[in-house]
Design a protein around this ligand. Sequence first.
Ligand SMILES: Cc1cc2nc3c(=O)[nH]c(=O)nc-3n(C[C@H](O)[C@H](O)[C@H](O)COP(=O)(O)OP(=O)(O)OC[C@H]3O[C@@H](n4cnc5c(N)ncnc54)[C@H](O)[C@@H]3O)c2cc1C
Length: 411
Amino acid sequence: MSATAFEYPDEIRALREGLAAFIRAEVVPRHKANAELLEDEHRKFSPDGRYTPEVLRLLREVRQASARAGYYAMCVPESLGGMGMGYLAWYAAWEQITESCEGHMWIGEVAVSHWATGPSPVLEHLTEEARRTILPGMMAGDTTMCFGMSEPDAGSDAMMMKTRAVADGDGWRLSGSKIWTTNSPYADYCIVFAVTDPEAAAQRKSGISAFLVPTNSPGFQIQRVIRMWGHAGGNEAVLSFDNVRVEPWQLVGRLHRGFATAMLGVNLGRVYNSARAVALGRWAVRQALDYVKIRKTFGRPIADYQGVTFPLADAATQVHAAHLMSLNVCQLLDAGQPARKELSMTKLYAVQAGMQALDRAMQAHGAIGMTNEMHFAQNFLRMRMLNVADGTNEILRRTILKELLDGDLDL
Ligand SMILES: Cc1cc2nc3c(=O)[nH]c(=O)nc-3n(C[C@H](O)[C@H](O)[C@H](O)COP(=O)(O)OP(=O)(O)OC[C@H]3O[C@@H](n4cnc5c(N)ncnc54)[C@H](O)[C@@H]3O)c2cc1C
């Protein structure tokens, strides 16, 4: 019996089955063979906070295998050589990957190219020369990129960025810094956002441009890897640019219109976070429902105590609602609607539902729920972080309210 009246179209059902088989064939055996390395913080990371070469090799192997199997570039526009599948496919794929990775086989998370770290719609307006130079390696999963927007003094308010690209002959000179840039310690390229027209930027009109910068360019430096959410190392770093030369072929999209480039990826990011939240929340509720039937206290299974199970019923209700909201918003986006209000509502709600479900499942497990073996704690931290990444809860609420106050009262 299905909990939703909505069925994924055949094409997406086949995609999910294919991805599940891919994870079984390419991720599970690799994870099992390297579990000690991948689950031990001090073996996974080098002392400087970067993944060790062995971990990077495993991630590269999964990307390359997925590219060969045809999944990696599923949501990359056809004009770039991808499959051009839409938001619903993207949601369904991430829901499947998260479910198949069972809350801990994290190398599976590169099975589909992430919008900020691999080939994605963000690259749709690359120049011909950039396409020739970087696309083949990215599409094959050999190389990766990162997305440098946030700065120490410009997060939610990205227009406050200080990184500047000053005209220099036919190109530019880039100076400034970025922070929280995911995958930057390992990336081959960075999409750097910089002020190119300070007057327009000061008036919050435009004036920001996007540039594709090889991370080995003279003057481009990774200052330090940031250790995030309990890890001994990390995926995020602080970057600096000291007079980095940028050639005309490195401009991405239109000059001074860099935000349009960013928005091509941000919607995918919000759908992707919703999918992970729904799948992890569902996984957590299922784990807890199994456990409450076998764990006994005071001579009875704890499933008999509503104090334990009512919170699970609430969590299941929220996860179900988040799933339906996600299916709905993907269809709106695929129909070409901006769905700004609905997408903000969905990411806001789904992440909270996922976090609640993990918290309730941990509580139902008692002490064992707090152990690394159960993987609740790691996922709770990851989910907590999604309250900030790809639009904080407050910025999402701000967008929802703006749309409501502007007259979109369709609820
Ligand atoms: C794991 C992770 C990965 C990330 N990866 C990337 C990346 O790859 N590239 C990149 O460019 N950035 C990345 N970021 C940065 C992320 O985009 C920013 O953290 C986010 O935009 C918020 O900015 P901030 O951290 O500077 O918080 P601030 O903007 O300083 O906000 C601080 C607090 O104030 C609230 N707030 C701010 N303005 C308002 C307002 N007007 N109304 C109400 N509340 C408000 C915020 O919601 C927040 O709670 C990542 C962040 C995380 C956590």
